[in-house]
Ligand binder design. Structure first.
Ligand code: CP
Length: 318
């Protein structure tokens, strides 16, 4: 099947769960073109000129919000960043009422981040436009998983057959959940590693092998994806101390030596240097994909916005 001309059949992107192989690959293929566009001096096209995108972020973000804004602008859209802190949310307006108010202004795409799992899906049932989940609680962060897959595919050629370890605070991580689903879909073998307190009770049903010993988890891995401790989602002490945590679960050059020769390192950000990852590893361009991940974020989000706008346009004209 040709994926370049593939028309996405879904009205929203709420998660990786539910995407099939051609949908995932076609998003990655389309993003490749947007990597090239973003490397030109003139980065802007009028592909989605006339459309309106609203970014509605109820949780802090550096990478996701700014890259969605840049992505929308590079496609020629009018992009509005709702300042949630100074909006009527602070006067008690609910998520649904906020969304319905914005919906009345006839946006075409609504990008939402919220602390509650399922918030993006709930909004998608209330509004007329396409909804993109930019992270909902501990549930999913689909564009992060897509940009991670694109970064790996560009570095190593294919994901099929790769051994990939995701290490750290898995229990609170929507990034881990979306990545396990997508990496499995694309044919990789996924391992999860963390202390028992930071692994979800149903981790053995996620479709990944579970490890508590980091050296064992990294053995012969092609890619090591590190996650930060999400202290903002913890209501009690999950680790004795960050120094102790780094000793057992931090990634430094010695520990990376357990992985396959030439193994690559990833981190979705924000990083806590010296807690889950050593700067020596994070800043080494020969092994770290962290900067590439940020670049791929813009391209993947352009592809997602473009695919959903195209699907809506096709739907309207049928
Ligand atoms: N990776 C990620 O979602 O980063 P931000 O929280 O900065 O958007």
């Amino acid at each position: 099947m040709s994926t370049t001309s593939y028309v996405f059949a879904k009205p929203h992107l709420l998660g990786i769960a539910g995407l099939n192989f051609p949908e995932a690959v076609s998003l990655l293929d389309r993003a490749e073109g947007y990597v090239e566009q973003s490397r030109q001096t003139d980065k802007t096209s009028n592909k989605l000129h006339g459309l309106t995108q609203i970014n509605l972020f109820f949780e802090p973000s550096t990478r996701t919000q700014s890259s969605f804004e840049i992505a929308g602008k590079r496609l020629g859209m009018d992009v509005v960043n709702m300042a949630v802190q100074s909006s009527s949310v602070s006067k008690g307006e609910t998520l649904i009422d906020t969304a319905m108010t914005l919906n009345a202004m006839r946006p075409d795409l609504l990008v939402v981040r919220h602390g509650a799992s399922g918030a993006a899906e709930l909004l998608s049932q209330k509004v007329d436009c396409a909804v993109i989940n930019a992270g909902d609680g501990q549930h999913e962060h689909p564009t992060q998983a897509l940009l991670d897959a694109l970064s790996i595919r560009r570095a190593l050629g294919s994901l099929a057959g790769l051994r990939i370890a995701i290490c750290g605070d898995i229990a609170h991580s929507r990034v881990a959940r979306s990545n396990v689903i997508l990496l499995n879909l694309l044919g990789a073998e996924v391992r999860l590693c963390g202390p028992p307190t930071l692994l979800p009770s149903d981790a053995d049903r996620w479709g990944a092998e579970v490890f508590h010993n980091m050296d064992d988890a990294l053995n012969a891995c092609d890619v090591v994806m590190m996650l930060r401790l999400q202290t903002e989602r913890m209501n009690s002490a999950f680790i004795p101390s960050s120094r102790e945590y780094f000793r057992f679960y931090g990634l430094d050059r010695t520990r990376l030596g357990k992985a396959a020769k030439g193994a690559l390192v990833m981190h979705p950000g924000p990083m806590n240097r010296g807690v889950e990852i050593d700067s020596d590893i994070a800043d080494d361009p020969k092994i770290s994909l962290i900067t590439a991940q940020v670049e791929m974020g813009v391209a993947v989000r352009m592809a997602v916005l473009d695919m959903l706008a195209e699907a809506k346009n096709k739907d309207t004209h049928e």
